[in-house]
Design a protein around this ligand. Structure first.
Ligand code: NAI
Length: 331
């Protein structure tokens, strides 16, 4: 099947070309984002392949249907950037790549925690300056601390396993309980209790209407002073302005962000020669206890391999039987 792959970066091309030898799809790479103007570049391709920074709303879906698009193949697990109910209604199939590497994201969250609580970036910068003083670098042990996990799905469960290995007490909140987390001794509580009792909180729930700004002023007020908060889920699960207020008062002692609510205008591009126009993001960068990565948590060899293979398999399955097992249906 002809697949128009939008927003294709060199590493996408490398991995898709490598694995397409087994699938024989006709891959048409496009360097641009998908929007109403660039949609015409995919004319004649029944399948369109996009990443998380290509939002698809109802208006665009209608144009896709008029153009003959049959399948939107997401190169991601998250699908909050696509209007799934409208796609279902308009008869355009949408398929994602679930659980392509929960280890990548869970390990990245762990890396952020260690970097922050042991002040590794500050220490590295100091050593490069010839400053070997330990003043201001004191950290704390993870062993024996309470870790709160918001969303104990695929990634949250792997993260729970890792934190269990460090000897942490585990708390979780999720409308659907994970038997594996329970076996690890994780105790399910509501969000306010999790906030009150945790030393570290890591977010692993999807962005849904009910999880938007789940972490707001009220939730932050419940947290322990000096909390270490990590968000590798989606930017809008937290209210960024509330985070800044929490950092200013010291309520938030450490903040690790791999995602940002306005990331579509920033992440995945090189703006090093431009002036940063986002004042909220610029404010976040002024705190020495904030660590930010640009939606990089998923980015491992293993994850990119699985994304390429599963996306190509999704298209093959759709081409063969007119639907595929990773198809997304609105509840
Ligand atoms: P999953 O669907 O396996 O798990 C999500 C869990 O969140 C489910 O158990 C669900 O019941 C739970 N949940 C739903 N509403 C909740 C609520 N109100 N409070 C607490 N928990 C709630 O998804 P998976 O694979 O674990 O991924 C989680 C999220 O991680 C994705 O939706 C995506 O946003 C993000 N992600 C980020 C990546 C990155 O590179 N930073 C890469 C991949 C995923």
């Amino acid at each position: 099947m002809k697949i128009a792959i939008y927003n294709a970066r060199p590493y996408d091309k490398l991995y898709f070309d490598r694995f397409n030898r087994a699938y024989h799809h006709e891959l048409h790479y496009l360097d641009t984002h998908l929007d109403e103007e660039t949609l015409m570049l995919s004319q004649g391709a029944p399948a369109i392949c996009i990443f998380v920074d290509d939002p698809v709303d109802r208006g665009l879906l209608k144009k896709m249907r008029a153009q003959g698009t049959q399948l939107i193949a997401l190169r991601s697990a998250g699908f909050n950037h696509v209007d799934i109910p409208s796609a279902n209604e308009l008869g355009i199939a949408v398929a994602n790549v679930p659980g392509y590497s929960p280890y990548a994201v869970a390990e990245h969250a762990t890396g952020m925690i260690l970097c922050l609580i042991r002040r590794l970036i500050r220490a590295h910068a100091r050593i490069r300056e010839g400053n070997f003083s330990l003043e201001g670098l004191m950290g704390f042990d993870l062993y024996g601390k309470t870790v709160g996990i918001v969303g104990t799905g695929t990634i949250g469960t792997v993260f729970a396993r890792i934190m269990h290995g460090f000897g942490c007490r585990l708390l979780g909140t999720d409308p659907v309980e994970s038997p594996e987390c329970r076996e690890l001794g994780l105790q399910y509580v509501n969000l306010p209790t999790l906030c009150r009792q945790s030393d570290i909180i890591s977010l692993h729930c999807p962005l849904l209407p009910e999880t938007q700004y789940l972490i707001d002023d009220e939730a932050i007020a419940e947290m322990r002073d000096g909390i270490c908060l990590i968000n590798t889920s989606r930017g809008a699960v937290v209210d960024t302005a509330a985070l800044i207020r929490g950092l200013k008062t010291g309520k938030i002692g450490f903040l690790g962000l791999d995602v940002y609510e306005e990331e579509d205008d920033l992440f995945f591009e090189d703006y090093s020669d431009s002036v940063l126009g986002d004042d909220v993001f610029a404010r976040l960068l002024t705190f020495n206890n904030v660590l930010i990565t640009g939606h990089q948590a998923y980015f491992t060899r293993e994850a990119i391999t699985n994304i390429a293979k599963t996306t190509l398999a999704n298209v093959t399955e759709f081409e063969t039987i007119g639907e595929c097992s990773n198809q997304l249906i609105a509840p």
